[in-house]
Design a protein around this ligand. Structure first.
Ligand code: NAG
Ligand code: NAG
Ligand code: NAG
Ligand code: NAG
Length: 662
């Protein structure tokens, strides 16, 4: 690659020596960043605070520093901070300022990527879904004044908080990204990008560098580049570094080379094999970038977890939602443990940045094997209906029309016509998965992933039809970003439109209405029997048996052994279960779906476990109740709290071993 490297002495920042205290800028003459008067480059890692309990932030950031990095990059997730329009949450696990302060204490600079759109394999790419309810026609990620109005309001709140943390104001934030890989979006609205730049610039001024990130192709940079904002590229191991940076140079002929997303691992989708990336390839490409004095950010260096229903979906030729784990085969695992990949990158980064390796070499934290937890059947989820909000409407309403972000909606109606037996039920454009019941008996499953939008049912006048619809994650990337959920078209049986729906809202959030109802029921059960937990399992069984395909609630209570305080991180192994969600002490750990994999265990941070009081585990199985849970004594109805993560148990992996055995 050829770049002119003349030095205009007259233009050298002579002032920088006098004011050498806090400044960070691009020295275009010498193709470098300058920090406090000296040339500067970074090796950074992405770590999204909203994917990890805040009590672990310092541990992970310290490990990044010990891993040879000098910066951390994080997205800011609008959707989490403004769950309800106009109401802002920056507390606890969303305390962004605290995250930035800890990063600074751990001697890491911060590269901030505030979106508003972030992709990140998160629900709606980090945008709040209520935007879709305010106006379904709203043009997301464009100059649409309605959209921009909400962006302005949010950025005003966000940047007012962030102002003290920019580098020029004594904070650690050296760079602020405008939008996110915008060149990959179809809209190509430069006016939108200019407006975003101006809003951000009005808060940041010269106290940090504004930048954009796009794929390393001129065709992508074309619509991603913004005047007066530094364009950078992203690419992964195995890329021809010279060619990739040459694409960047077409748009930034001068200045430091930057790869803002270098992929040391890759994302997963439900039903596909677990992605892994080879360390040798990573180091080869990394060192090639280092030859050009490039600054590099690993995406992601530490992934964490999509707790609750925060994971998103891709759509190429089909809808492909992402799992709960965001381990990403990253240098630090989902539980924050260093890997051989971490050690290899550490050596390369230290040598590149001419740093003395930290004395302390991090090791994997101890994990808790807390063993088998016997589960007790509580009820079917139909029992929650009386406590849940209900809306009536002639025609089905979407989640957005119901102002419901996440979880499930049970659509319910009564058949009023005479039909063939069987008759074809059609629910076009279902978002995303629908369990169909006739008189509480399961008739089948509709699935957007698998293009299944019809099934034969035996349903006649007077029968009750119910469709329990799950939002499996809104699309986070590409043209289909505006992703509505629920029954999005009228449902028909033998071409007759079904009317007069009741919609029962079951969002299943942390400590939500449903959990409170479940907890109340468990408490009264315990009070009634006045028996120790283990005895309750035995005593409360008659007449309370689950049926195989009815969504069912199970629970267990357990104590952490005294010799394991504070509680250790552990993994909830869902082997033998089908598809559902798990709560620990009211916290939604996320979806499990071992029938398709690749993820089989759910990461359970020790911080969510009580050391000195009982812990309550609630499992809601939507698909198929394990056989062991239906035998009269529930002898084999259990999950294991294991010390080992299993993230690569996909059907495809299992198929290989079945074939090998035959
Ligand atoms: C990288 O930086 C070093 C030291 O500043 C310099 O000697 C070298 O020419 C630079 N290499 C490239 C490719 O810019
Ligand atoms: C359902 O049908 C009614 C009447 O035909 C129509 O007004 C309504 O828009 C339809 N709903 C959907 C979601 O297509
Ligand atoms: C463990 O702690 C509980 C309550 O904190 C106590 O009752 C019990 O005796 C302890 N067991 C052991 C073995 O120390
Ligand atoms: C759920 O409620 C419990 C008890 O009030 C509380 O300790 C816990 O922090 C809550 N968890 C979440 C995620 O809101």
């Amino acid at each position: 690659m050829t770049r002119p490297s003349f030095v205009l002495l007259g233009l050298l920042p002579v002032l920088s020596l006098a004011l050498a205290s806090r400044e960070f800028y691009i020295d275009y003459d010498n193709n470098q960043f300058v920090k406090d008067g000296a040339p500067f480059k970074y090796v950074s890692g992405s770590f999204h605070y909203f994917r990890t309990p805040s009590v672990y932030w310092r541990d992970r950031l310290r490990k990044m520093k010990q891993g040879g990095l000098n910066a951390v990059s994080t997205y800011v997730e609008w959707r989490s901070h403004e769950k309800v329009s106009g109401q802002y949450d920056f507390s606890g696990d969303l305390d962004l300022e605290n995250f930035i302060k800890i990063a600074q204490e751990e001697e890491l600079l911060v590269i901030l990527r505030p979106g508003p759109y972030i992709c990140a394999e998160r629900e709606l790419g980090g945008l709040p879904s209520w935007l879709l309810n305010v106006n379904p026609e709203m043009q997301l990620r464009t100059r649409d004044p309605e959209y921009m109005g909400f962006v302005r309001r949010w950025f005003q709140v966000l940047f007012t908080r962030l102002e003290p943390y920019f580098y020029g104001k004594d904070g650690p934030i050296i760079m602020v990204q405008v939008e996110n890989e915008y060149g990959s979006y179809f809209a190509c609205d430069s006016e939108y990008l200019n407006q975003l730049r101006d809003i951000i610039k009005s808060h940041v001024g010269d106290s940090a560098v504004l930048f954009t990130t796009d794929g390393s192709a001129a065709s992508l940079l074309k619509c991603g580049k913004i005047d007066d904002v530094y364009a950078t590229v992203d690419f992964g191991p195995g890329t021809n570094v010279e060619l990739a940076f040459n694409e960047m140079i077409k748009f930034e002929p001068r200045g430091p080379l930057v790869n803002s997303e270098f992929y040391p691992g890759w994302l997963d989708h439900w039903g596909e094999e677990h992605s892994t990336v080879n360390t040798v390839n990573i180091i080869q490409t990394l060192e090639w970038m280092f030859k050009y004095n490039a600054s590099v950010n690993f995406y992601v260096y530490y992934g964490g977890t999509n707790f609750g229903f925060t994971s998103g979906a891709n759509y190429n030729d089909h809808y492909a939602p992402q799992p709960t784990s965001y381990d990403y085969d990253a240098p630090l695992t989902e539980a924050g443990d260093p890997t051989p990949k971490y050690m290899a990158i550490r050596a390369a980064a230290n040598s590149y940045l001419q740093q003395v390796p930290s004395k302390e070499v991090p090791v994997a934290s101890r994990k808790g094997y807390y063993g088998r937890m016997n589960l007790k059947f509580l009820s079917s989820i139909f029992d929650l209906i009386p406590t849940a909000p209900q809306v009536n409407s002639d025609y089905p309403l979407s989640f957005e029309e119901l102002n419901q972000d996440e979880g499930f909606v049970l659509y319910k109606t009564v058949i009023t016509k005479c039909h063939n037996d069987p008759a074809l039920l059609v629910a076009k454009n279902i978002g995303d998965r629908g369990y169909v019941f006739v008189n509480k008996e399961r008739a089948g499953v509709l699935s957007r992933i698998n293009f299944i939008d019809s099934l034969p049912v035996s349903a006649n006048t007077g029968d009750e039809l119910e469709i329990l619809v799950e939002n499996q994650g809104r699309i986070n990337y590409g043209r289909k970003l505006k992703d509505f959920k629920g029954l999005l078209s009228n449902v028909t049986i033998d071409n007759n439109e079904l009317k007069y729906w009741k919609m029962i809202q079951l969002p299943f959030g942390h400590n939500g209405t449903e959990l409170r109802a479940i907890n109340k029921k468990i408490s009264s059960l315990k009070a009634e029997t006045q028996l120790p937990i283990e005895m309750i399992y035995e005593s409360v069984k008659s007449g309370l048996e689950p049926t195989a395909s009815t969504p069912s609630i199970f629970w267990a209570e357990f104590r952490i052994p005294n010799n394991s305080h504070p509680p250790l991180d552990t993994f909830l192994d869902m082997k033998g279960w089908s598809k559902g969600i798990a709560f620990i002490n009211g916290f939604n750990l996320g979806r499990y779906w071992p029938r398709v994999g690749p993820q089989r265990t759910l990461y359970l941070p020790g911080s969510l476990l009580n050391a000195n009081s009982v812990n309550r585990l609630v499992i809601i199985e939507f698909d198929r109740v394990p056989r062991g849970c239906m035998s009269s004594k529930h002898r084999d109805c259990a999950v294991v709290l294991s010390d080992t993560a299993v993230l690569d148990d996909s059907c495809l992996t299992r198929k290989k071993s079945v074939l090998a055995a035959t």
